[in-house]
Design a protein around this ligand. Sequence first.
Ligand SMILES: Nc1ncnc2c1ncn2[C@@H]1O[C@H](COP(=O)(O)OP(=O)(O)OP(=O)(O)O)[C@@H](O)[C@H]1O
Ligand SMILES: [Mg+2]
Length: 288
Amino acid sequence: MTSLAASTPPVIRHPIEPEAAPAVQLEGAGLTYESKDGILEAVAPTTLKIRAGEFVALVGPSGCGKTTLMRMIAGLIAPSIGTAQVFGDSPRVAQQRKRLGLVFQEPALLAWRSVEDNIRLGLELNPRETDTGMNIEELIEVVGLTGFGRYRPAELSGGMQQRVALARALAIDPPLLLLDEPFAALDEITREQMRYELLRLWGVSHNAQEPPRSAIFVTHSVAEAVAISDRVLVMSPRPGRIIADVPITTPQPRRPEHEHSDRFINNCAIVRAALRAPTTPAVPLDAA
Ligand SMILES: Nc1ncnc2c1ncn2[C@@H]1O[C@H](COP(=O)(O)OP(=O)(O)OP(=O)(O)O)[C@@H](O)[C@H]1O
Ligand SMILES: [Mg+2]
């Protein structure tokens, strides 16, 4: 049996650039949905800064507003209150400038298009004025699908389909990747491999004009969040607010064996405690 630790190449890491314009800046940004049953506050006013080169994980209970927050940052919905900026622009402008790559829970590949053509779709929908990105063959190689370019999604496993979705998001070489539970449909072992693969892919950029790549990664797995991120943001139940911002102290570059370290276990415990906090019954001060 090959060990994952031995087969996983080291991760290339971007330096975090504290002086560069933040990748994401929210100033009191909140979102309220209006439906026939009335209004529903999904995300409470949130102030948040994500620096260029930072990999941030976002965890929180189901329905707390994680996807809503991501959609706001992606420019798919406008905040009802406050402002959202991506590299100093409105999210829609950042989207137009090809500075955002999106990967969601379902790979959303076009069934009738081959792997190559699905990846090409990322470029067709978001053509760059100057071709700074990787070519299709290179992208296929980077995501480990050499030889599968002419296959259709139905002929691939779930993990392979997610790699195509990642390649499609990376086709425009965006300095910000928004990943909303991209591995939710995968089995545990594939998921554990994909997290390091994602970190490696995240580090590959050809575009020296852009700041180092940042990422926001939504997951329900605390271990996954701690394994790959620089910081874990914990959201409360709806209306979602960020109730903890936990710096992850395991060394870089991240390797699977770090997941057995005391630091890793400690970091997971802090995140789990924050997730439990809103529902933990208050203990009266004089109870002891
Ligand atoms: N388009 C919509 N219209 C009305 N309400 C919505 C809409 N999308 C989401 N909601 C509501 O907003 C709240 C937050 O939903 P959201 O999808 O952001 O949660 P989430 O944290 O991503 O949950 P999960 O972990 O299950 O994916 C939920 O109560 C949901 O019902
Ligand atoms: Mg969601």
